[in-house]
Write a new protein. Sequence first.
Length: 33
Amino acid sequence: MRPLLVVIVVGLIGWAGFTYVDHTVTESLFREK
């Protein structure tokens, strides 16, 4: 695989994971209130 493609794939996975965690944490905070 080309280095640029690897960077894009890793970036997308990292962004998706961060978004999922952020959404989960936000829902947890709303449930507590």
